[in-house]
Design a binder for this molecule. Structure first.
Ligand code: PAF
Length: 321
């Protein structure tokens, strides 16, 4: 498929009607960085589907007008980066194309209540409703098979998974881990707005989380108060720093084998989020199935890929009998 740029929803709908192959959809707000290009190239390398990238700064998800005004833009570079990393089609509509004035048919979505009322939901009122509304609108226009999202916005990822589930959409969500810069800070479009000093503060924050992750593997404990004290001493303004269950986002109990340590800080006008997973041990994956279905082959490959111990219980039982 030749590189194609679509700007009108009508054009997109007509194009979609004539497309037989499945679509991988990578939604973005532009100012692309390696996190985005990794999503685009991962989608490209996974299958022979058409790769469609959207570039749209969604006003509904900004609760702060200044933040919307200052959101970094680099459209020519975004187009170049998208195509050179495997996009086949770019959809870059105007605001009126996505939200036509006086259109009564737009579905304004309310994000899952529990998932959206914690962490970023506390300070960014309506943000996740805006994210769900635009993504639902784009999914209905594009009708993709796969939706590719970054794990950096973990709360957003959970909320969009819930949206796909409750709307019974036949879409599979694929995610990739947070991509970090050379100094450990998560790649984000907003990093473009950081001063040297703000970047230094974020580096301290992210590195503190990465150290906590490493220490937790060893010691199985975490001292949140200590981390907050350390960061506050550096005059880092912490909006939240919480240890939660990674899927429900409810408070994590000490006996949980896996939890998420998620934080948000403010640096000047910029607000940044980061998270790490706290794991007491490596995950245990049990694989079962009928005889001859390839359990051992698949399990061996997964164990190798995830660097896990491979335990062939089938062979153990056979030896015993
Ligand atoms: O993560 C983002 O960049 C945005 O929230 C998204 C998913 C493109 C919706 O505007």
């Amino acid at each position: 498929m030749n590189n194609l740029i679509i700007k009108k929803t009508e054009e997109l709908t007509n194009w979609r009607k004539n497309i037989k192959s499945e679509i991988n959809f990578i939604p973005t707000m532009g100012n692309l960085h390696h996190g985005h290009t990794k999503l685009i190239s991962t989608a490209k390398n996974k299958n022979s589907n058409i790769n469609l990238v959207s570039i749209f700064i969604n006003p509904l998800q900004f609760n702060d007008k200044e933040d919307l005004k200052n959101y970094p833009k680099s459209i020519d570079n975004d187009v170049k980066l998208s195509f050179s990393n495997g996009a086949d089609v770019i959809f870059m509509p105007s605001i009126d194309e996505i939200y036509p004035p006086n259109d009564q048919t737009i579905d304004y979505i309310k994000a899952h209540k529990e998932l959206s009322s914690v962490l970023c939901g506390l300070s960014r009122k309506g943000h996740f409703d805006g994210v769900c509304t635009v993504v639902y609108r784009l999914l209905n226009l594009i009708k993709p098979k796969n939706l590719y999202l970054g794990e950096k916005d973990w709360q957003q990822l959970l909320i969009l998974k819930n949206l796909v589930l409750t709307k019974k959409l036949n879409i599979s969500i694929k995610s990739i881990p947070t991509q970090r810069d050379f100094d450990g800070i998560p790649l984000s479009s907003r990093n473009a707005n950081l001063s040297k000093n703000e970047r230094k503060l974020i580096r301290l924050f992210s590195n503190e989380l990465l150290i906590a992750e490493k220490n937790f593997k060893k010691d199985k404990i975490i001292n949140l108060k200590e981390i907050i004290k350390k960061l506050s001493a550096e005059k880092i303004s912490i909006e939240y720093l919480k240890r939660l269950h990674p899927y429900t986002l409810k408070n994590s109990a000490d006996e949980d084998n896996i939890s998420i340590l998620a934080g948000a800080i403010r640096c000047g006008k910029t607000r940044l989020i980061d998270h790490v997973f706290l794991m007491k041990r490596s995950p245990i994956i049990a694989i079962d199935g009928p005889a001859g279905s390839g359990k051992s082959t698949v399990t061996k490959l997964i164990a190798k890929k995830l660097k896990l111990l491979y335990l062939d219980t089938g062979a153990m039982y056979r030896a015993l009998s």
